[in-house]
Structures are given as C-alpha cells and as structure tokens.
Design a protein around this ligand. Structure first.
Ligand SMILES: Nc1ncnc2c1ncn2[C@@H]1O[C@H](COP(=O)(O)OP(=O)(O)O)[C@@H](O)[C@H]1O
Ligand SMILES: [Mg+2]
Length: 280
C-alpha cells in the first residue's frame, strides 16, 4: 500500500514546488494511470515512490510518502527496491550494462536467488517481452523501442510487488504499446501486482487502468475511475492535453442532443455511435 500525505517537494536550487500538497492512497493491486502536461510533476512523483526523491535528488521534502508502512525518508533506496521497481523515463540513465542479458541479470544477482531461479526469470521476461533474439546484443546497438522493452524486462524480472513505469511506451509502435499494456494488465489481474504507469496516451490509460490521476503543477487535478475520464474533456482542454477525435465527436453529438450513449474511445465505439445517430 502506498500512502502519500501532504507531500510537497522542491528540488534543491529550484524555487517552485515540483509536487505541491499531494494526498494519495494507492491500495495493493490497483492499476493506476497518471497523465498530465510536461513539468506537471509526474516523474517526480514516481521518484518519490522509489526513493530517488529524496535520496538521490535532494531538496525540500514536506509531508510523508510511505510504502507498505515504510517512510521513504527513513529507509534506503535499496530497501525500497524490495517492493518498488521503477522503469525510468530516461532509460539510458537506468541502463548499467553493455549487453541485454547482463542488464536483466544485474538486478537479479543482488536478490540472493539461486542460479536456476535466475536463469528461469531471465528466460521468462525475454519471452514475455518477445525480445529473446536481443539477448546477446549490445544495448548501444538497440533502437529506442528495443531499449524500452529491455528496461521493462529488467524491472519485471525482479518481480516487484509495485511496478512503476514512467512513459514506458514513448518510443514504441502501437502494436508494442498494446503488448506492454496487455502484459501489465496480466500482472495486475493474475498476480495482484500494483501497477502505476505514467502515460501521454490517455485512451490507452482509459482502456486498461482502473483509476486515473491527472496532474498539473504538482497537484492531482483529477483522481477517479479511468472509464469516466472521457466525461472530462473540458478538463483536458483547459490543460491543453490532446483528446482523440472520436471522444470529441461523441461529446459534441451529446451536447447537440443527437446522442445519449457512451462516449466512444475507439473506432468500434465510434461505429456504434454513428449508427445510432444515423438510426441504422
Ligand atoms: N532533477 C531535477 N532538478 C531540478 N528540477 C527538476 C528536476 N527534475 C524535474 N524538475 C522540475 O520539477 C518540475 C516537475 O518535473 P517532472 O516531475 O519531470 O514533471 P513531468 O514528469 O510531469 O514532466 C518541473 O518544473 C521540472 O523542471
Ligand atoms: Mg516526466
């Protein structure tokens, strides 16, 4: 369980708060999406969950962030890593090895697992992310998307109870993006993992996550069911976050009194809506 109470953080040398009076509770087994504009504080929030803030990035820290009852200010990053695994937005800063296999093994070897268990987990994540063919490749030779998959594999191999991913699909094509969301959904539903994902693709968040948090200037300006997010197009407009055209069309048709059904989030939903409006 994650408990964030009256949390504010100001990076050393900065005069604005990156996080400003945040209160959040995330229960074990939730699948949470976080979105918002650049500079809203999303990455800083993820750093606070893995202890990077305040242990690596120092600054003025107010309030409390607790992971399973442990106060992140009081325990080390290493201790927190037993519970939280984070895929960073800047994956190059996360990579410590030069070969894919070593990158995945690196985290595992600090966990005191048996040789067999390490081998099994390596095989498992390579298969899960469909990157077995990259196993012996130099990381520097990989594309941005391939690197993202390796970074995700390295974190999943450690089987953390809480998985935090900061814009993990930015370099991925639509097919691979869906694959990542499917994997996360499976880990959440079948293995009860808590999954927290920062994403710009709000329709992916609305489709896969249960709860969505929209951040702006270090605050949570929306925190509610992901399915209802399409009802808040005005909020996205105010924040300047782009909304897919099918959603906008649905909202407009409703405002015009031409349609009363659910706001579509994909092409199939749009087809149902258009047929209803046209009466066919
Ligand atoms: N390492 C850092 N040092 C100083 N300021 C930072 C650092 N990282 C982020 N910030 C500042 O904190 C604020 C929130 O940034 P960030 O958490 O990266 O937002 P987001 O991930 O939503 O784009 C921004 O004003 C940003 O400039
Ligand atoms: Mg960020």
């Amino acid at each position: 369980m994650i408990e964030i109470k009256d949390f504010s953080f100001c990076y050393k040398g900065s005069d604005t708060k990156a996080i400003d009076g945040l209160n959040l509770t995330i229960q074990q087994g939730e699948f949470v999406g976080i979105t918002g504009n650049s500079g809203a504080g999303k990455s800083t929030l993820t750093y606070a969950l893995s202890g990077i803030v305040p242990h690596h990035f120092t600054g003025d820290f107010y309030g409390a962030v607790k992971i399973n009852g442990l106060d992140t200010v009081e325990v080390s990053i290493e201790k927190l890593a037993e519970y939280v695994g984070e895929v960073f937005q800047d994956i190059d800063s996360q990579m410590v090895s030069s070969v894919v296999e070593d990158e995945i093994l690196f985290g595992l070897e600090n966990f005191g697992l048996s040789h067999d268990e390490i081998g099994q987990r390596l095989e498992q994540v390579l298969t899960m992310l469909k990157i077995s063919d990259l196993r012996h490749r130099q990381i520097s030779s990989l594309s941005g998307g391939q690197k993202q998959k390796v970074a995700i594999a390295a974190i999943l191999a450690m089987e953390p109870e809480i998985i935090v991913l900061d814009e993990p699909t930015g370099e991925l094509d639509p097919e691979s993006t869906v694959m990542i969301f499917e994997i996360l959904q499976k880990l959440n539903r079948e293995y009860g993992k808590t999954v927290i994902i920062v994403e710009q693709k709000i329709m992916m968040l609305s489709q896969y996550t249960d709860r969505m948090i929209v951040m702006e200037e270090g605050k949570a300006v929306y925190d509610g069911p992901s399915k209802e997010i399409v009802e808040h197009v005005d909020l996205f407009d105010t924040l300047g976050i782009s909304v897919p055209r099918v959603v906008r069309l649905g909202v407009t048709l409703r405002e015009e009194g031409l349609y009363q059904g659910a706001i579509p989030t994909d092409v199939d939903g749009a087809e149902v809506m258009v047929k209803e409006v046209l009466g066919c």
